[in-house]
Ligand binder design. Structure first.
Ligand code: CA
Length: 315
């Protein structure tokens, strides 16, 4: 079975990580809904993609004088009650001159707030009860080493919430993801967790962790990942290349190593409004990943369209 993971909720249609976006993703047929998690000053796991508040909230207006010397407003500097005063909006460019995706939800419109992890779980489990479906959660521990520098063990707080809500094993319909390999190993070794872990693989330039992703994509890297994780979540461009013979799209060695070491592949991010030009259309891209690469899951901003294309590709 191929799973459809709602990347930051139905973020192609509503501001990312808002409860509205989660409910919409649920209604559009997501199998799993993703939560990126950072900590508030009072150690509440909240659902927010960046450690900064800058690009998705009105923090600059509400707490004008509380940015750090680097010019960023950090979620970690605010109590949950203070974060709840903020309005969330469609993601803006770094200089806040406008939205990243102008055709998505209108920039700086709507009334949305930052949810806690618990609030999102309550919503998803509530909908599971009322619909009889069983949609899963897919939390990501964000920047654990940075949180430690800030004096907080984010993993401990996230796991507390997950355990309290009876998320313990793969049977509970959850994957736990992180870019930091040391932290995933720690989830197993220190916390004795049986949660299925996904090793995210990005680019070294993103500085998501101290890991060397150039090495992680090699055979030894994948063999090592198989010791602690059930799968990988690579940036999707790490999985294809173009053939020097006829320019056709071909799998990279990472895809082959993932198969060899029995690692699930859940690449990110499939966006119908932003996809690599080696594919002629979004439909062609989804077809290639479904039939040629046979990936196990799609992280997508557009659950409904992607799901339909996956189904069509399999026919
Ligand atoms: Ca994420």
């Amino acid at each position: 079975m191929t799973i459809l993971i709602a990347h930051r909720g139905a973020s192609g249609y509503a501001p990312e990580h808002t409860l509205c976006s989660v409910a919409l993703a649920y209604g559009l047929g997501a199998d799993f809904i993703e939560q990126d998690i950072v900590l508030s000053r009072d150690n509440h796991p909240i659902v927010l993609h960046d450690i900064y508040l800058d690009q998705v909230t009105n923090v600059a207006e509400v707490y004008e004088d509380r940015k750090r010397s680097d010019g960023h407003w950090y979620a970690r500097d605010f109590l949950l009650a203070e974060l709840k005063q903020l309005r969330v909006h469609e993601r803006g460019l770094e200089d806040n001159s406008g939205p990243i995706y102008p055709k998505r939800f209108p920039y700086k419109k709507g009334k949305f707030e930052i949810p806690t992890l618990q609030e999102e779980i309550d919503l998803i489990k509530g909908l599971n009860q009322s619909t009889g479906k069983n949609v899963g959660i897919y939390p990501e521990i964000k920047r654990p080493a940075w949180h430690r520098q800030e004096g907080a063990d984010i993993t401990q707080f996230v796991l507390q919430v997950l355990i309290k809500n009876n998320y313990r094993t793969e049977a509970d319909n959850i994957y736990l993801q992180c870019f930091d390999s040391l932290e995933l190993k720690r989830v197993k070794a220190k916390f004795n967790s049986a949660l299925p872990l996904i090793q995210l693989i990005g680019k070294n330039s993103w500085r998501e962790s101290a890991d060397d992703y150039d090495k992680m994509v090699l055979e030894a890297g994948c063999k090592e990942i198989a010791n602690y994780a059930v799968g990988i979540g690579p940036s999707l461009d790490l999985l294809y290349a173009t053939s020097s013979i006829n320019n056709s799209v071909i799998p990279t060695s990472l895809a082959n190593y993932a198969r060899k070491y029995d690692l699930k592949m859940h690449p990110f991010t499939f966006r119908k409004d932003s996809f690599p030009l080696v594919f002629e259309s979004y439909a062609e891209m989804i077809a290639w990943f479904t039939t040629e690469l046979k990936i196990d899951g799609f992280f997508t901003d557009f659950i409904d369209i992607t799901k339909k294309l996956v189904e069509v590709s399999k026919c």
